[in-house]
Write a protein that binds this ligand. Structure first.
Ligand SMILES: Cc1cc2nc3c(=O)[nH]c(=O)nc-3n(C[C@H](O)[C@H](O)[C@H](O)COP(=O)(O)OP(=O)(O)OC[C@H]3O[C@@H](n4cnc5c(N)ncnc54)[C@H](O)[C@@H]3O)c2cc1C
Length: 579
């Protein structure tokens, strides 16, 4: 391909990603400075729009609640790996941000008195673990859709400039400072150089490295992989959450809100098996525990007809509730399974859902380098970031909280930073790396097909790096991924056209997934304990003396270099995790 022309732009700040985190950051930053949002998707197609069940905040509209209880639940749910100073910020500000969204016009479900309605969700309790509490604010089972639409409208109103279907290819970091990004326009194939004082990455998760996943096709971890290649470490990558209730084989999510409204998991004998694993919270135990319980039932031969799934039972719920409060999931079940969830049981299995790990940041969303120092002008928020508020296992509803709280904090910090910062010079040959990558992928090498490599990667991750892990399987996975990474060097994009080259996009995304799977597996192999979503069959106990610490991964040649940093503990000392 002859190099396309490079177009140049200058903004105070560039936000990459138009999900909840990116839009919240853009909205805040644009109050004080000129902001561009660069997004590979049209903004309202971002994965935030699929979030179903709710956003947690201790409003106490239906029963007494306190942010300290929310904080305790988050820390315990995260198996004590959360940085508690950051969790405190999140649970306090959640309340304010939910009201802010309400005032922007977000149509939450209402109580009879007209306040925001709230429902139960996994791991959220009253009085430090006594009983399930109604804390999740929701708009039917379309909460994320409403958040995204609301924020997008506000950004448009405020004059944020959008570059839709522009794909981040490189983040320019030079001498500890970020000076902009390089992006590729899908419609024209041109490279665009964005020169800016600040860049915030909000590129979302990477569940597409697994075969069965709730994540959209576009969740390929682009931002995480790109800065990793630039030497920024990735934190706690061994922790990947499996949500207990994906539709069998398809992985499409059935919100935990379904259990929050009273849904029950049953095995082949019709038993409510969570009684065995979490006698107090039952079906509303945290996700890591429920997913493991499902696998244990399956292994004991109590999966439905001896197969690898169980049932979610909504048939006993009050008439009209499913249609009123869970209309979308009722639709999914009818469309994809041909079943009526009001009368029939829903076949479910754990589905890869959420990356607890990501780009390390402080509570201002500033990206931290391997020495814990902020990279000047570089920020990250949302699922691509690791603050760390979710520790080893995220509670339901806490990602929507995370994206709006830390998106807003990042936007605010940028707004303060911009007036006192000079515009950093661009590094020499700023677009060279991006151009070389495109050239490499489009050079004829008679090589490997993208889809085949991706399938193999997803199989490996599903088999060896999912809910249960052990040394031999992780080593096999690491060797398999190494082979795939070398085969990837021979990947060849057949489509040579410049406009709308979606094959080239897939090739780039496969490269990101391979890097992140590599890091995830290496970090999982190193951590010889079980904590939260990381469950080692050969090391079944949590080991606070050895492993109450965050991992930081950097690429050192053809190996993943791992270092560790301490966990910030303020209010809650680690305890045994019983529910
Ligand atoms: C089905 C489903 C249901 C969920 N339900 C809930 C729930 O009820 N409650 C809850 O708390 N959490 C829920 N979650 C999790 C939560 O929705 C996500 O973690 C959160 O929305 C992520 O937001 P984000 O802003 O970080 O990223 P996203 O919303 O994923 O947005 C990522 C953005 O980055 C852009 N992008 C990515 N790569 C590039 C690139 N290379 N160049 C340019 N742009 C790029 C995309 O275009 C997109 O705009 C759910 C997740 C799923 C999958």
């Amino acid at each position: 391909m002859t190099p396309p022309p490079v177009l140049r732009h200058q903004f105070d700040a560039v936000i990459v990603g138009a999900g909840g985190a990116g839009l919240m950051a853009a909205l805040e930053a644009s109050k004080r400075c000129r902001v561009a949002v660069v997004s590979k998707l049209y903004p309202t197609r971002s994965h935030t729009g699929t979030a179903q069940g709710g956003i947690g905040a201790a409003l106490g509209n239906l029963e007494p609640d306190r942010w300290e209880w929310h904080m305790f639940d988050t820390v315990k749910g995260g198996d004590y790996l959360c940085d508690q100073d950051a969790v405190e910020v999140m649970c306090q500000e959640a309340i304010e941000v939910v009201y802010e969204l309400e005032h922007m016009g977000l149509p939450f479900n209402r109580t009879a008195e007209g306040t925001i309605d709230q429902r139960r969700f996994g791991g959220h309790t009253t009085e430090f673990g006594k009983a399930p509490i109604r804390r999740a604010c929701y708009a039917a089972d379309r909460t994320g859709h409403m958040i995204l639409q609301t924020l997008y409208q506000q950004c448009i109103k405020q004059g944020v400039v959008f570059f839709d279907e522009f794909r981040l290819l490189d983040v320019l970091i030079h001498e500890g400072r970020c000076s902009g990004i390089v992006a590729w326009c899908l419609a024209t194939g041109e490279l665009h150089l964005f020169h800016a004082k600040a860049v915030l990455l909000a590129t979302g998760g990477f569940g597409r490295m697994y075969k069965v996943t709730s994540n959209a096709h576009t969740l390929t971890g682009d931002g995480c992989a790109i800065v990793f290649r630039r030497g920024v470490p990735l934190e706690d990558m061994e922790f990947f959450q499996f949500h207990p209730t994906g539709i069998y084989k398809l992985g499409i999510l059935i919100t935990e809100g379904a259990r929050g409204e009273g849904g029950i998991l049953r095995n082949d004998r019709g038993e409510r098996f969570m009684e065995r694993y979490a006698p107090t919270l039952l079906d509303l135990a945290p996700r890591d525990m429920v997913s493991r319980a499902i696998y244990r039932e399956i292994r004991a031969g109590r999966g439905i007809q001896g197969r690898d799934y169980v049932h979610l039972d909504l048939t006993h719920l009050e008439a009209g509730l499913v249609e009123r409060k869970l209309p979308d999931i009722a639709d999914f079940v009818r469309t994809y399974l041909g079943l009526d969830p009001v009368r029939e049981l829903i076949p479910v299995q754990p589905t890869a859902h959420y990356a607890m790990g990501g780009i390390p940041t402080d509570a201002q969303a500033q990206v931290l380098d391997a020495h814990q120092a902020p990279v000047r002008g570089l920020y990250a928020a949302g699922e691509c970031a690791c603050v760390s508020v979710h520790g080893a296992n995220r509670l339901g509803t806490n990602s929507l909280v995370d994206i709006v709280v830390f998106g807003r904090r990042g936007g605010r910090h940028i707004a303060q930073y911009i007036p006192q910062a000079d515009l950093p010079p661009l590094p020499p040959e700023a677009t060279r790396r991006a151009q070389e990558e495109l050239d490499r992928l489009t050079t004829p090498r008679g090589g490997e097909a993208i889809a085949r490599l991706r399938d193999e990667l997803q199989e490996i991750m599903m088999r060896h790096v999912s809910v249960y892990r052990e040394e031999a399987g992780l080593k096999e996975a690491l060797a398999g991924i190494a082979t795939l990474r070398s085969r990837y060097r021979a990947v060849e994009v057949q489509d040579r056209s410049r406009r709308f080259n979606t094959e080239l996009e897939e090739a780039l995304e496969l490269g990101y997934l391979l890097d992140l799977a590599w890091v995830t597996t290496a970090a999982a192999l190193a951590r010889t304990e079980s904590r939260g979503a990381h469950s080692r069959e050969d090391h079944p106990a949590r080991d606070d003396a050895g492993w109450l610490r965050h991992s930081l991964a950097v690429a050192t040649g053809e190996t993943v270099g791992l270092t560790y940093k301490p966990v910030t503990i303020t209010r809650f000392q680690p305890q045994e995790r019983k529910y």
